[in-house]
Design a protein around this ligand. Structure first.
Ligand SMILES: [Zn+2]
Length: 113
């Protein structure tokens, strides 16, 4: 029964295995999408800015509530992977996410063991 409901929600298409949240029947068609589970990634970010008071470059590290989530909008063949939080984020194709993953892995291994 769940599979049947899911298929109706996906307008006759097959529900992807990664789809975890039901946004398929949103009232506004532009809001309809498949969305994965949201995976939190606690992150510390660097902020550098010129102080209005001292005129010097200041540096602050602060916690950012980053997460990773995949989205496929209705009618869009592309799956988008979003990494980030409310203020900063990148949203890239699935292929680009895989390339970033591979490249970051190699970069960290080569430079930091
Ligand atoms: Zn879905």
């Amino acid at each position: 029964m769940d599979a049947l409901i899911s298929n109706i929600g996906h307008r006759g298409t097959v529900r992807p295995a990664w789809c975890a949240v039901d946004y398929h029947d949103e009232p506004h068609p532009e809001d309809r999408r498949c969305e994965s589970e949201v995976v939190p990634v606690p992150t510390v970010m660097l902020f550098r800015f010129r102080s209005q008071v001292t005129g010097r470059i200041e540096q602050v590290a602060d916690v950012a509530d980053f997460s990773i989530v995949a989205t496929q909008w209705a009618g869009d063949a592309e799956v988008w992977v979003r990494i980030g939080g409310d203020a900063q984020r990148i949203e890239v194709t699935l292929e680009s996410a895989r390339r970033l993953h591979r490249t970051l892995g190699v970069f960290l291994a080569d430079n930091f063991g």
